[in-house]
Design a protein around this ligand. Structure first.
Ligand SMILES: C[S@@+](CC[C@H](N)C(=O)[O-])C[C@H]1O[C@@H](n2cnc3c(N)ncnc32)[C@H](O)[C@@H]1O
Length: 257
């Protein structure tokens, strides 16, 4: 018997991995994070599966499901939005499973920050602009951010940032970012990336709050910020340069057009 932590992806049912979908099609018990995993993803489950919304359960109650499954020898799918390793509250479950002697495995997923980048059709790392992506969030009721990782301190790097779980603090977030990033820094808000009601707004840090109504971006929104968001900035990487040879391409043997 095993518990599979499965990344559901950002929302669209075809953005779960094949491995994740195959496990869902096989297991009799599925616990899923109902606030963020849309019903469409659960269409991969077998028809007679018991499907339980974990948002309504505390940790002990979730463990009861896992223990019950063990007593009858069932595998369980524990479905988390995006990738389970990012703000998934999976560590506490893993600790408990270990104490209970229940085996588990993690199946990665497409995180919402990459889905957000896809939505606004950009690359988050660009040569000579930014080669670093900071994934962070503002303080929340359920989890606090260590002071040395405050938005202000992270912003000082002026790297690309993806800010999760912070829609309700949009004004404060933008104010803190503006202490380090210039006003013309590109910014993108993406709500429910890959869901049927996905929407996005691309702007600059200086203009953003004049153009949107923050209330409309409170939930399930990722904020991307950084010069790299602008596809027109930066230089070409050397990777595909005609005079750049490497293990897989020799400039002398490359075909001439
Ligand atoms: C508990 S975290 C889970 C993150 C998830 N593990 C991931 O890898 O995307 C929830 C936050 O992720 C972001 N999020 C999750 N799904 C999203 C989506 N489809 N579009 C935009 N943001 C999303 C939002 O910031 C939301 O508040």
């Amino acid at each position: 018997m095993k518990v599979y932590f499965i990344g559901a992806g950002p929302g669209a049912s075809d953005l779960i991995t094949i491995r994740g979908a195959e496990i869902l099609a096989r297991v009799p018990l599925v616990l899923y994070a109902g606030s963020l995993v849309p019903p469409a993803v659960l269409t991969h489950c077998r028809l007679d599966a018991e499907i339980v919304n974990s948002a309504e359960l505390n940790l002990d109650q979730q463990m009861e499901y896992f223990q019950r499954a063990r007593s009858v020898g069932y595998d369980v799918a524990r479905v988390h939005s995006g990738d389970p390793s990012i703000y998934g509250a999976t560590a506490e479950q893993m600790r408990r499973l270990k104490q209970l002697g229940i085996d588990y495995e993690v199946v990665p997923g497409v995180s919402s920050f990459t889905a957000a980048a896809a939505c606004v059709k950009t690359e988050l790392t660009k040569p000579e602009v930014s080669q670093t992506i900071i994934l962070t969030r503002t303080d929340g009721r359920a989890s606090t951010v260590p002071p040395e990782e405050s938005l202000g301190k992270l912003a000082a790097h002026r790297a690309t940032m993806s800010i999760f779980l912070s829609g309700q603090y949009l004004k404060e977030t933008v104010a803190e970012l503006l202490e380090s990033y210039p006003e013309d820094t590109p910014v993108a808000l993406v709500y429910r990336a890959t869901w049927p009601d996905e929407r996005s707004h691309v702007s600059t840090l200086g203009r953003l709050l004049q153009e949107i109504n923050p209330v409309e971006w409170k939930l399930t929104t990722v904020l991307l910020v950084g010069q790299a968001l602008n596809n027109e900035t930066g230089v070409d990487s050397r990777l595909y340069s005609a005079d750049y040879s490497h293990k897989f391409r020799n400039t002398h043997t490359s075909r001439e057009n």
